[in-house]
Design a protein around this ligand. Structure first.
Ligand code: PRT
Ligand code: MG
Length: 222
């Protein structure tokens, strides 16, 4: 349904786990998506509801599209939202935890590296991560001195080749750490994905948005 021929609402998603885990939530709102972004390469996907379309963007770009109003709402991991908020405070309404794409943000080191001793001795640690903001707050709260090295991916490699003593990364099954002879030594925070909504859209398009927000809330708590 698309009352008064208004332009469709735009939902920003990243492909991969967030797209896959969002499909059941959309289905619970009677919305179906026929094309798969992995194979279609399209960046704008229609849905079975003419009042709703999807845009496919990089996970870390979802908050930017929503904040600037290029998307009315979006779905992003708490990890991504935390880093985004450090650069762009305010501006995003986060009504619900969707309980999808769950994992945890951890400190990990090479097997055999005595992290506890290094912390006890007050050694300055080199920590490689994509999650600079979360890492800075974590180590500051512990009173541990760290040199943070910003990476954009494959954090697991850093301790293996001497770039860092430790990494801060997301862990779900633990298989990636195990395959690279790393161990998690600290849990920083549990992570899941949130629905985020543009502030202006929430005010001006609430008649269209609210039923979807409600359906997502029901489906994610089921
Ligand atoms: O891949 P790209 O650089 O484009 O972006 P992205 O990595 O941010 O996107 P994507 O789609 O991989 O992840 C989107 C969101 O899913 C993240 O922002 C998290 O909120 C959430 N999520 C849940 C995860 C994981 N689980 C996860 N396991 N994101 C990444 N991982 C990676 C992790 O970084 C590590 O490399 O998977 C690896 C560990 O997995 P296990 O199962 O081996 O422990
Ligand atoms: Mg990824």
């Amino acid at each position: 349904m698309n009352p008064a021929n208004r332009p469709p609402l735009t939902l920003a998603l990243s492909k991969g786990r967030i797209f896959d885990e969002t499909m059941p939530l959309l289905a619970a709102a009677q919305v179906h998506v026929t094309e798969n972004p992995e194979s279609s390469r399209k960046l704008i996907l229609p849905t079975s509801d003419p009042g709703l379309r999807l845009i496919i963007v990089r996970a870390s770009d979802v908050p930017t599209y929503v904040q600037y109003g290029a998307a009315d709402f979006g779905i992003a991991g708490k990890d991504v939202l935390f880093e985004h908020a450090a650069q762009h405070p305010g501006g995003l309404y986060q009504p619900i935890d969707l309980n999808i794409a769950k994992c945890r943000l951890c400190v990990a080191v090479r097997e055999g590296f005595d992290y506890a001793a290094a912390v006890r001795q007050g050694s300055r640690l080199r920590v490689a991560t994509k999650y600079v903001q979360a890492a800075r707050e974590h180590f500051a709260a512990k009173g541990v001195y760290v040199d943070l090295i910003k990476l954009y991916g494959s954090m697991e490699l850093a301790p293996l080749v001497g770039l860092a003593d430790a990494i801060v990364d997301l862990v779900s099954s633990g298989n990636t750490l195990r395959a690279n002879h790393l161990v998690a030594v600290e849990d920083i925070v549990p992570i899941s994905s949130r629905l985020i909504v543009n502030q202006a859209s929430l005010k001006t398009r609430s008649a269209q948005l609210q039923p979807l927000i409600d359906a997502f809330a029901r489906a994610s708590q089921a």
